[in-house]
Structures are given as structure tokens and as C-alpha cells.
Design a protein around this ligand. Structure first.
Ligand code: ADP
Length: 363
């Protein structure tokens, strides 16, 4: 398929009103994480390095200088505000920059510096005096490819000879022409077409091949959320709160990706303190600033039973990164009390009842 990037956009359904809200794809969750993050996250795990050759010196670097990077690239790294390598960069970069080149599979939490690491390693392998593709970076979707491209452009801001070409939907190369840019960043279908179907570049001259978010790229599609959770309620609630003078943001599946990014950016910047969302947000969003999650409706599956997995994902939005979190569930009768009981049973945890009349206790 030439449209593998589009296959992930499962959210863009055309329904109106209370259409069932589909789950977002792993790629979209990943994009949302990137948008919401503006700085490095300290990894809570130790970095483990596995190598084929147990005798190879396992060393790590504490500074970017030690990597003997091209001075213009180093300038770009500092211009991005990176003072020293993150944990994964300390251990991955020496291997990624080693000669002879080696393959590497790296896995760590999002926000720990992987993208910066592979971009840096890729750029340092580019021979800018040559005008043909030498690096391919594959991303699962159009939007993720653009994000990575922006990081690469920033890092290469002082390397004027390094040029980039996006192989994503909407980008075309005239038949018979050859690509002269050294770095290709794109989605799998388009890159495959350009390389193998149209021969726009010679794949044998590629020195670095990056599969970003490999797990997302190979993830099976069609894994649908059972939860029914609706858009109509979300928009009703946000209108209600807005008329009462609260600054609220609304995020739901009928938004286009760029609209969704705009909403998330405003929320992250604190322009709105309350984010109202359907299940679109239940998975994948890490907003460090989220202090309270309110379940206006408890998540239920199609049979009307408590959807405990979704509940866990939702309340997992608060209390991340070692902080204390608070989740509040709205209960309005025997049906919702029964749901809460199912959730308590499932997790073996008591959910404490707050007195709605006691404002002090609630605060
Ligand atoms: P990942 O790909 O693991 O999700 P990123 O490479 O996107 O992580 O990095 C997460 C954030 O941290 C980005 O905002 C990035 O600019 C920043 N960052 C990456 N490496 C460093 C570093 N060495 N020092 C400071 N900030 C960094």
C-alpha cells in the first residue's frame, strides 16, 4: 500500500452526535505524547545494554564533547538546550557512532531522548558533500515523520549542507528525477515506493536506516476499544462549564489531527485548566501537570459492565512520575454504584466516598 500512513488515522470518522468514540491508534497516542512533552523525562529504569559481542568495551559518555561530533552538529545540539546526554543517550550514542557501524535496538520510556539520539547518530553519518540519500528514517505516520523532521532540522541548523526530504503523503517527485537530499524522513509505504517502485534513489547507498516506533509500526490494526464512552456528553459538559465561566478545552475524536494538537498545546501551556475528553484521551496522554482526573461517566463496555482496563488507563493520567494523584468518580444512583463496586473488586482497592456537601473535604 502507498497509504500506510493513512491506515492509522482510525479516529477520523465522519459520525455526528453520539456516535461511538473509537480508540485512537498507537501512532496517534505517540504523537500526542510528543506534542505534550516539552522536556526530557528522567527514566525511572536503569538502562540495560545488550550487545552481540560481550567483549566490546561497554562505555558511556557523560558529555557530548566526548563523542567527537562534527563541531557544527555539536553547536546544534547545544542550541537545542541539551547540556549533557540523557541516560539512554549516554549508553546508546557511543555504539551508534562506533566504527564499524553496528545495529541497535533501543527501548525506553517516551520522553527519555531516543529521537534526539537517533537523529544525532544519523546526522553524524551524513557526508554533506555528496548529493544523494544516505539516511532513511521511517516513522509510523505523517505527523510523527514531521515531528522527527523538525528535530532533525533544528539539530542540523548549523550544518547548512545537510538537506532533508519528506517522503509522506502530498510529497511528490517527478518521474525520472533523482532525490539529492541526504536524509529521507517518511512513512513506510511512500519510502518503499520511492526506493523500489520508482528508483528515486539508490537504496544501496543508504548508510543509516532507522525504524522509529518500530513496535507501533508493526502493531496490529483493528484492536478496538470496547468502551462506549460519547462525544455528545463531552460537548454538553464543556458548554455547561464554559457558560459557568470555566476555561475548558474539549478533545474528542471528531477533531482533525491539527486541531487536536492545537487543543493539547493550549492545555499544556495552561491556557485551559480543565480538559474534557472522551476515551480518545484515556490512553496515551501523559500530561505531567494533570493533578486530578474526574470520571464524569464511568467507563462501561457494550454489555454495560465496568470497563476496568479503560478506568485504569484514565486514572493513570494523574499521579504519574512519582507524584501523588487524585481521581474522582461521579456517582448518581444504583447503576453507577454497582459499576464502582465492580471496579473495586477487580483491583482489590476500596474507593473512598466523598461527601458532596462537604466542600472542605472535597478540596
Ligand atoms: P523520546 O524519543 O524518547 O520520546 P525525545 O528525544 O523526543 O524522547 O526527547 C524528549 C524531550 O527531551 C524533547 O523535548 C527533547 O528535545 C529533550 N531532550 C532530548 N535529549 C535531551 C538532552 N540530552 N538534554 C535535554 N533535553 C533533551
Amino acid at each position: 500500500s502507498t497509504n500506510s500512513s493513512d491506515a492509522n488515522n482510525v479516529v477520523r470518522n465522519e459520525g455526528t452526535g453520539d456516535a461511538e468514540e473509537p480508540e485512537i491508534s498507537a501512532a496517534e497516542a505517540s504523537l500526542m505524547k510528543k506534542i505534550l512533552r516539552s522536556k526530557l523525562i528522567e527514566s525511572t529504569y536503569d538502562v540495560e545494554v545488550q550487545r552481540n559481542d560481550p567483549n566490546s568495551p561497554l562505555y558511556s559518555v557523560k558529555s557530548f564533547e566526548e563523542l567527537n561530533l562534527n563541531p557544527d552538529l555539536l553547536k546544534g545540539v547545544y542550541a537545542m538546550g541539551f547540556n549533557s546526554p540523557s541516560k539512554i543517550q549516554e549508553t546508546a550514542l557511543p555504539t551508534l557512532l562506533a566504527d564499524p557501524p553496528q545495529n541497535m535496538i533501543a527501548q525506553s520510556q517516551s520522553g527519555t531522548g531516543k529521537t534526539a539520539a537517533f537523529v544525532l547518530a544519523s546526522l553524524s553519518r551524513v557526508d554533506a558533500s555528496k548529493s544523494f540519500p544516505q539516511v532513511i528514517i521511517l516513522s509510523p505516520t505523517y505527523e510523527l515523520a514531521l515531528q522527527t523532521g523538525n528535530v532533525a532540522k533544528q539539530m542540523a541548523q548549523y550544518c547548512k549542507e545537510i538537506r532533508f526530504r519528506f517522503a509522506v503523503r502530498g510529497e511528490e517527485v517527478p518521474r525520472g528525477e533523482k532525490i539529492t537530499e541526504q536524509v529521507i524522513i517518511g512513512t513506510p509505504g511512500k519510502v518503499m515506493d520511492w526506493a523500489l517502485r520508482f528508483n528515486f534513489f539508490n537504496i544501496r547507498k543508504i548508510k543509516v536506516f532507522v525504524l522509529d516506533e518500530a513496535d507501533v509500526m508493526i502493531a496490529t490494526q483493528g484492536h478496538h476499544d470496547q468502551s462506549i464512552r460519547t462525544r455528545r456528553t463531552a460537548s454538553w459538559l464543556s458548554e455547561k462549564l464554559a457558560t459557568e465561566g470555566h476555561a475548558v478545552a474539549l478533545l474528542s475524536g471528531d477533531l482533525q489531527v491539527d486541531q487536536r494538537i492545537a487543543v493539547l498545546n493550549r492545555f499544556r501551556d495552561g491556557k485551559e485548566k480543565v480538559l474534557i475528553t472522551t476515551n480518545v484521551c484515556a490512553r496515551g496522554i501523559d500530561v505531567e501537570q494533570v493533578t486530578v482526573v474526574v470520571n464524569f461517566d464511568l467507563p462501561v463496555d457494550q454489555k454495560g459492565r465496568a470497563d476496568c482496563e479503560t478506568y485504569l488507563h484514565r486514572i493513570g493520567r494523574t499521579g504519574r512520575f512519582g507524584k501523588v494523584g487524585l481521581a474522582i468518580n461521579m456517582v448518581d444512583g444504583p447503576r453507577t454504584i454497582a459499576l464502582l463496586k465492580q471496579i473495586e473488586d477487580r483491583f482489590g482497592r476500596k474507593i473512598v466516598k466523598l461527601d458532596a456537601e462537604d466542600v472542605d473535604e472535597i478540596e
